[in-house]
Ligand binder design. Structure first.
Ligand SMILES: [Zn+2]
Length: 347
């Protein structure tokens, strides 16, 4: 075999697998609208008024300040997410009704099947109420599984405008262990003190939840993918966990956890934590200029489109949120891809 034949071999090999294909795909990913820091604070007074406050974005801001490499890490995760979605023919851009593909998000074409996440529940209590029952923990597991599999009994309440977008995310949860800790601390705050005291168990493969009183009217907060392993997981108040036992209306149906686990799987708030021009990076969730509270009437129109107020990633009451969208499903499942930040959880 002469050099020419050898060269031909290499050439045809290169044609089969052009080494710059990935680079080209990466270059076609538009990251121009990416942001992680948010200073959207005018919801605070409203949040206090409605007693609803999720601290996940502020927790993210804190982590970004503490670690100057985290921004780049989250940028790369987002770029990877968009690259995967682009290959699936999906897109982070577009709005329903605007003629740019929103509202017709195709289902993801990943071959992972159902992803089952083992869960560690750390109950940290200073009184007997906070030492929630096994029945209350089981009720939360049931809510998470129903909501993420679109088997919740209120899924059928979705208005026809959005009914076609209700998604079974094909993510489910199994209770691996419950760990109970008595501690005289009555308010744990939002600086991850509870995680320092009771570190997570195998956070690469397990969702760790700390059930403890946070204080300051905070229902819960999650860490987005990309953050430190030592603080990975979700913190939630005992009275916002599950739907039976020591629970507080109107956040007594376990949806705080559905929302926080959404963040944990890289979903943003439905309004993008900014005004109309800021986005949650999901095409089929219409733009909104801020959170909705209570139980909004339908339709609630903002930014010239109907808000998806019944989405788990809004701020409405537990009984008034009952869906993830197909676009959110596509987005959150990218974290389980082999190149994704939660690949170790994939089957
Ligand atoms: Zn939130």
């Amino acid at each position: 075999m002469g050099m020419a034949a050898l060269a031909l071999l290499f050439t045809s090999c290169e044609k089969d697998q052009p080494e710059n294909a990935t680079d080209l795909a990466q270059e076609s990913v538009d990251m121009s609208d990416f942001y992680v820091h948010t200073d959207f604070n005018d919801e605070d007074s409203k949040a206090a008024e409605h007693g609803k406050n999720c601290y996940s974005m502020k927790n993210l801001n804190r982590l970004l300040k503490e670690d100057d490499k985290l921004y780049r890490k989250m940028y790369d995760i987002e770029k990877n997410t968009r690259s995967i979605l682009a290959k699936q023919g999906n897109t982070a851009k577009g709005k329903p009704g605007s003629g740019d593909g929103g509202g017709t998000t195709p289902p993801p074409t990943d071959n992972l099947g159902v992803v089952s996440i083992p869960v560690i529940v750390n109950v940290v209590y200073s009184n007997s109420n906070e030492n929630i029952s096994q029945a209350q923990i089981d009720s939360q597991m049931a809510v998470l599984n129903a909501d993420f599999r679109a088997q919740n009994s209120d899924a059928g309440s979705t208005p026809s405008e959005f009914a076609g977008l209700v998604a079974d995310t094909e993510v489910q949860f199994t209770l691996a262990d419950v760990r109970r800790y008595s501690n005289s601390t009555t308010q744990w705050g939002t600086n991850d003190a509870v995680k320092a005291q009771y570190p997570p168990f195998s956070p690469e493969t397990h969702l760790n939840i700390w059930v403890c009183n946070i204080g300051s009217g905070i229902l819960g907060y999650a860490q987005f993918p990309g953050g430190p392993a030592a603080t990975d997981g979700v913190v939630v108040g005992p009275n916002y966990f599950g739907n039976t036992g020591y629970v507080s209306a109107p956040f007594d149906e376990g949806r705080t956890m559905t929302h926080e686990v959404g963040h944990y799987l890289n979903l943003r708030h439905i309004w993008g934590d900014g005004r109309c021009q800021q986005d949650d990076f999901v095409a089929d969730t219409p733009s909104s200029d801020g959170p909705n509270y209570g139980c909004p009437s339908f339709p609630t129109v903002n930014c010239r489109s109907t808000d998806m107020t019944m989405n788990y990633m809004d701020y409405t009451n537990d009984s008034c949120m009952f869906m993830f969208s197909e676009g959110q499903k596509s987005r959150l499942r990218t974290v389980f891809a082999s190149s994704g930040p939660r690949a170790a959880m994939a089957p």
